[in-house]
Design a protein around this ligand. Structure first.
Ligand code: URA
Length: 238
C-alpha cells in the first residue's frame, strides 16, 4: 500500500506537491469515489482517476542524455523550442531530473520515476556534480580559494566546492577549471564565477553521481542498467 499522492506523482503526471493539491481540490477519485484527504493509502488493485482520467500504470524508464547546447531542459516550452524530452523518443512521460541551462551541455538524467528523481535532487554529499568550466580571464589562486570556501549568490553562501584549475590561455584570455558541487541551485556555477568576477563562457556537466558521458556523443542517450538504478535507490537508505 502506498500513499495516494505518491502513486499519482509516480505515474509521471505531476510532482507530489501538485498531486496533494489535486486531491485537496477534489479532482482525484479512488474506485470512483472522490478522495480529499491526504493520508489515504492505495494498492495496485485500486482504480485511480485524476480529472476522470485513469492513471496509466507506466513502466519505469531511466535515461542518460548527453545534452547538446541549444535545447531547453523542460517537458514543453511555451516558445516551442526543442526540449530535452524531444531528443528521447519513448512512449512514457519522462521528465528531466534537475536542470541544465539552454547553453549548458553534458550529463542529464530523465525518468518517469518520481522517487528516483527525488533521491538525486535531494541534497546529498554522495551526489557529486562535476562541471568543466571555461571562463573569461586568467583566474588566480585567491579567486579559486573563494570559490572553494563558498561565495554568496542570491544572498546565500554556497557550500564548500572542489575547484581545480586545468589550464589558462593568455592568448585568448581564458581559464579552464573543473568544479565539483553537491547543491543544485539555479544557474549555480555561472553565479559562483560571476561572484568572483569571471564570466562563464562554456559549461559542461561531466558527471552526476555515478553517471558520466562515456560512449555518448552530444545528443546521444542510453537507458540506465537495473544495477545503476539500484545504486541510486541505495542512497535512500544511507
Ligand atoms: N550551473 C549553471 O550555472 N548552469 C547549469 O546549467 C548547471 C549548473
Amino acid at each position: 500500500m502506498e500513499r495516494l499522492q505518491k502513486v499519482i506523482a509516480n505515474s509521471g503526471i505531476c510532482s507530489r506537491r501538485k498531486a496533494e493539491e489535486l486531491i485537496k481540490e477534489g479532482r482525484v477519485k479512488v474506485n470512483n469515489i472522490i478522495v480529499r484527504e491526504l493520508g489515504v493509502k492505495v494498492s495496485s488493485k485500486d482504480k485511480i482517476k485524476v480529472d476522470d482520467k485513469e492513471l496509466s500504470k507506466e513502466n519505469k524508464v531511466y535515461y542518460l542524455l548527453n545534452k547538446p547546447r541549444g535545447v531547453i531542459t523542460s517537458v514543453n516550452d511555451e516558445k516551442s523550442r526543442k526540449t530535452v524530452v524531444d531528443l528521447i523518443p519513448c512512449r512514457e512521460r519522462i521528465y528531466p531530473v534537475g536542470r541544465l541551462d539552454y547553453d549548458t551541455t553534458g550529463v542529464l538524467l530523465l525518468t518517469n520515476d518520481g522517487d528516483f528523481a527525488n533521491i538525486l535532487m535531494h541534497p546529498n554529499d554522495k551526489v557529486e556534480k562535476v562541471y568543466v568550466v571555461k571562463v573569461r580571464g586568467i583566474i588566480k589562486g585567491d579567486s579559486i580559494n573563494e570559490l572553494k570556501n563558498g561565495v554568496v549568490i542570491d544572498g546565500v553562501k554556497t557550500e564548500k566546492a572542489k575547484v581545480k584549475l586545468r589550464r589558462t590561455d593568455f592568448k585568448s584570455n581564458t581559464s579552464f577549471l573543473t568544479v565539483t558541487i553537491h547543491e543544485g541551485r539555479n544557474h549555480q556555477v555561472k553565479k559562483m564565477f560571476e561572484a568572483v568576477g569571471f564570466p562563464v563562457l562554456k559549461l559542461k556537466r561531466e558527471r552526476e553521481f555515478i553517471f558520466d558521458l562515456s560512449g555518448l556523443k552530444s545528443g546521444e542517450y542510453r537507458k540506465l542498467t537495473p544495477k545503476e538504478v539500484a545504486i541510486v535507490y541505495s542512497l535512500e537508505k544511507k
